[in-house]
Design a protein around this ligand. Structure first.
Ligand code: UD1
Ligand code: CA
Length: 455
C-alpha cells in the first residue's frame, strides 16, 4: 500500500517570539520537523511533501534534497497549507498529514493509526487524546453514534465544546483523493480568519465519508510546540526517552536526570555516564568508557575504554584508552591516538598526539604534530601565534619536553630529543640532542649576609 506524508512547516510560529521558523528550533540535536519526518521513516514512508513558507530556504537547506517542497506563499492556515500540495501530489492512495511542530510522535503510533485507517476503510482517521486541561488544542466532536464528526478550534468553541476533554493532536491519515476534495471546499469563516485543516473532518463526515479515530496512549506524543514553555517540556520528555533507550542498550547512567544526551549520539555497551554530562551533536562514544562527572562533548569521536572527567571537548577525536581531565579543554581537530593522557588544565587545538604520549598538566598545545611516547612537561606552551599568523611545530617520537618550556613555532623537536626545563626554543633540536635555552644560574655567595650588614 502506498502511503505518503504531508508535513506542515510553513507557519509563522508567532507564539515562539523568534527570528526563526519554529520547526527549525533545536530539540535534542535535531530541528523539530526532522523528528516528525523520522517517525514516518520508521514505518517505511519515503514519499514526503513538506509545506514551507516562513524561512522556506532555510528549512529546505536544513532538511536536504530528499523531500518534495511545496511553497505556501501566504500563511492562510493549516487547510490552505495542505491544499498547496495538490499540484505536486503523486497520487498515493493514503496520506498522513502531520504538524511539523509536534516532534514527540512515534512510528509506533503512526503505525497504529494506519492500521485503524485501513481496517475501518476510513476516508479520514484522526489521532485524538484525552487531556484533563485541553487548553488551546482543537476539540473533537462526536455524533450521537459516537463517530467523530468534526473538530472545533478552542478559539471558536462554545463553552460546552471547550469543556470537551478529547482533543485533536494534529495528526491525520486520509485517503488522498478525499483529502483534496474536502480541502477545496474549506472557507475561512472563523475566529482566526484561517483555512482550517480541521474543517475537512466535518466536510468528509457530512458528505457521507467515514471518519475513524485512534486514541493516543501516551499524551506526551501529541505535544505541539507553540511556545518556549512547550519546547522545554518536549526537551524534558525526549531527553528521558533517549536515556532510557541507551540504558536498554547497555549504557549505565548514575544520575540520568542530570545528563543531556542528543538524539544523534551513540554510546557503546558498558560505558558509564556520571552525573552532569552533556553529549551533543554527532558524538559517538565507544564501549567501557567512563564519562564525567561534569563533561561536555560536542561532535566528538571517542574510542573504547576512555576516561574523561570534568572536561570540555569539541570536534575532537579521542582514541582508545585515553585518559582525559580533570579540567581539560579539547578544541576542534584535537586528534588523540590510543593511550594518550591529557591531564588537568591542558588545552589542545588542531594538534595530532601520537600513541601513548602524555601531556599531564597545565599546557597549551596548538597547531602541533606530536609523535608517539612523547612527554610534555607541566607548563609547556606551544607559541603558535606571532600576532599575525599561526605556525605549526613538530615534536617527534620519544621526545621529552621539560617543564615550563616555550616552543616558538615553527620548530621541530626531532626523535628522542630533550628540551631542558624552562627553555624558550626558537630553533630545531636534532634527534637525541639536549637543548637548553635559558640563562645559566649564578649563585652570589653571602649576598644576603652583606645586605643585612648594610641595614
Ligand atoms: C492545530 C490544529 C488544532 C490541534 C493542534 C495540535 C488547526 C486549525 N488546528 O492548531 O486542532 O489541536 O494543531 O497541535 O489545524 N502551518 C502552516 N501554514 C499555515 C499555518 C500553520 O504550514 O498557514 C503549520 C505550522 O508550521 C505548524 C502546523 O501547521 O507546524 C500547525 O499550526 P499551528 O498554528 O501551530 O496550529 P495550532 O494552533 O497548534
Ligand atoms: Ca501547534
Amino acid at each position: 500500500m502506498q502511503t505518503s506524508a504531508i508535513i506542515l512547516a510553513a507557519g509563522a510560529g508567532k507564539r515562539m517570539k523568534s527570528n526563526t521558523n519554529k520547526v527549525l528550533h533545536n530539540l535534542c540535536g535535531r530541528p523539530l520537523v526532522e523528528h516528525v519526518i523520522r517517525a514516518c521513516q520508521a514505518i517505511g514512508i519515503s514519499s514526503f511533501y513538506v509545506v514551507i513558507g516562513r524561512d522556506a530556504a532555510l528549512v529546505q537547506e536544513r532538511l536536504g534534497e530528499e523531500y518534495t517542497y511545496v511553497l505556501q506563499a501566504e500563511q492562510l492556515g493549516t487547510g490552505h497549507a495542505a491544499l498547496q500540495v495538490e499540484p505536486s501530489y503523486r497520487g498515493e492512495e493514503h496520506v498522513f498529514v502531520l504538524c511539523g511542530d509536534a516532534p514527540l510522535i512515534t512510528g509506533a503510533t503512526l503505525d497504529k493509526m494506519r492500521q485503524i485507517h485501513l481496517a475501518e476503510a476510513a476516508d479520514a482517521t484522526v489521532l485524538t487524546a484525552i487531556f484533563p486541561e485541553p487548553g488551546d488544542y482543537g476539540r473533537v466532536l462526536r455524533d450521537d453514534a459516537g463517530q467523530v464528526c468534526g473538530v472545533v478550534e478552542a478559539k471558536d468553541a462554545t463553552p460546552e465544546q471547550r469543556a470537551i476533554k478529547e482533543i485533536n493532536t494534529g495528526f491525520y491519515c486520509f485517503r488522498g483523493d478525499k483529502l483534496f476534495a474536502a480541502l477545496r471546499q474549506l472557507t475561512n469563516d472563523n475566529a482566526q480568519g484561517e483555512y482550517y485543516l480541521t474543517d475537512v473532518i466535518q466536510v468528509i463526515h457530512q458528505s457521507g465519508g467515514r471518519v475513524a479515530s485512534c486514541l493516543l496512549e501516551d499524551n506526551d506524543e501529541s505535544l505541539g510546540i507553540n511556545d518556549r514553555i512547550r519546547l522545554a517540556q518536549a526537551e524534558g520528555i525526549l531527553r528521558r526517552r533517549i536515556r532510557n533507550r541507551l540504558m536498554l542498550e547497555g549504557v549505565t547512567f548514575l544520575q540520568p536526570e542530570t545528563c543531556l544526551v542528543d538524539d544523534t549520539v551513540t554510546i557503546g555497551q558498558d560505558t558509564i555516564i556520571y552525573p552532569g554530562v552533556m553529549l551533543e551533536g554527532n558524538t559517538s562514544i565507544g564501549k567501557n568508557c567512563i564519562i564525567g562527572p561534569y563533561t561536555r562533548l560536542e561532535n566528538c569521536q571517542v574510542g573504547d575504554d576512555v576516561t574523561i572527567e570534568f572536561s570540555v571537548a569539541r570536534e575532537a577525536m579521542i582514541g582508545d584508552s585515553c585518559i582525559i581531565g580533570p579540567y581539560a579543554y579539547l578544541r576542534p581537530q584535537a586528534e588523540l591516538a590510543a593511550g594518550v593522557k591529557v591531564g588537568d588544565f591542558v588545552e589542545l587545538k588542531n594538534s595530532q598526539i601520537g600513541e601513548g604520549s602524555k601531556i599531564p598538566h597545565l599546557s597549551y598545545v596548538g597547531d602541533a604534530t606530536v609523535g608517539a611516547r612523547v612527554n610534555i612537561g607541566a607548563g609547556t606552551i606551544l607559541v603558535n601565534y606571532d600576532g599575525r599568523q599561526k605556525h605549526r611545530s613538530i615534536i617527534e617520537d620519544d621526545a621529552f619536553i621539560g617543564c615550563n618550556s616555550n616552543l616558538v613555532s615553527p620548530v621541530r623537536i626531532e626523535k628522542g630529543a630533550y628540551v631542558a626545563a624552562g627553555s624558550t626554543i626558537t630553533q630545531d633540536v636534532p634527534a637525541d640532542a639536549l637543548a637548553i635555552a635559558r640563562s645559566r644560574q649564578e649563585n652570589k655567595p653571602d649576598w644576603v649576609k652583606k645586605r643585612r650588614q648594610l641595614e
